[in-house]
Design a protein around this ligand. Structure first.
Ligand SMILES: Cc1cc2nc3c(=O)[nH]c(=O)nc-3n(C[C@H](O)[C@H](O)[C@H](O)COP(=O)(O)O)c2cc1C
Length: 197
């Protein structure tokens, strides 16, 4: 049976959305059944409407399903992606995670492979602390952290973040970036398949 991968993301301006599109393609090519799901927006509608690129991205991704606790139960593995905000994950993602108390209590988040990606405006703007903030939560779930480490040359070529792929907002998604994201997604699917047995 193929690995069921929930790719859960939040994106204001589209960077993380592009990252998870690349990851989803690689995971599907690796044989996973993928659900690409966005975390619910928590900012007031008038705030979103007042920032043109935010509004445009929200409209462009209106058809992407919103993640639910049922998706988290369904999945064998999670790929989480959200922007760095003051050195931790965007609060929209955190707000969704904080609805999962009942799911956690049932043990439905345990023993699942998890990996995380992020983006930031600056090259050293808090990417690693953001990724560690995901993994701290993963430990509470009893999930199995599958960080990429330096397990592939693509990690070095994409600026060498062993905690998870991190993108600098505004940079191009070239072949090196796509390769690192693809490697992280495939490795997650491979390890999840081993855990599934
Ligand atoms: C409230 C706020 C806080 C932010 N904090 C940081 C930060 O600590 N470091 C940084 O490099 N970028 C920071 N940024 C920039 C975001 O990380 C950047 O806009 C995001 O990675 C773009 O991702 P997206 O296109 O998927 O929304 C911040 C942005 C906002 C709105």
């Amino acid at each position: 049976m193929s690995v069921r991968l929930a790719i859960v993301y939040y994106s204001t301006y589209g960077t993380n959305h592009r990252m998870v599109e690349i990851a989803a393609e690689a995971a599907r090519a690796a044989g996973a059944e993928v659900r690409m799901l966005k975390a619910p927006e928590t900012a007031p509608a008038n705030v979103v409407a007042g920032v043109d690129p935010w509004k445009a991205h929200a409209e462009a991704t209106a058809a992407v399903p919103t993640v639910t606790a049922a998706d988290m139960e369904w999945a064998d593995a999670y790929l989480i992606s959200a922007p760095t905000r003051f050195g931790v994950m965007a609060s929209q993602m955190r707000a969704f995670i904080d609805t999962l108390g009942g799911t956690w209590a049932k043990g439905a988040l345990a023993n699942k492979a998890i990996s995380a990606m992020t983006s930031a405006q600056n090259l050293h703007g808090g990417q690693e602390t953001t990724l560690l903030s995901f993994y701290a939560t993963a430990i509470h779930w009893g999930a199995i952290v599958v960080a990429p480490g330096f397990t592939d040359p693509s990690i070095f070529k994409a600026r060498g973040n062993p905690y998870g792929y991190s993108h600098t907002q505004g940079m191009e998604f070239g072949e090196d970036e796509k390769a690192a994201i693809g490697h992280q997604a495939r490795r997650l699917v491979e390890i999840a398949a081993r855990l599934k047995g």
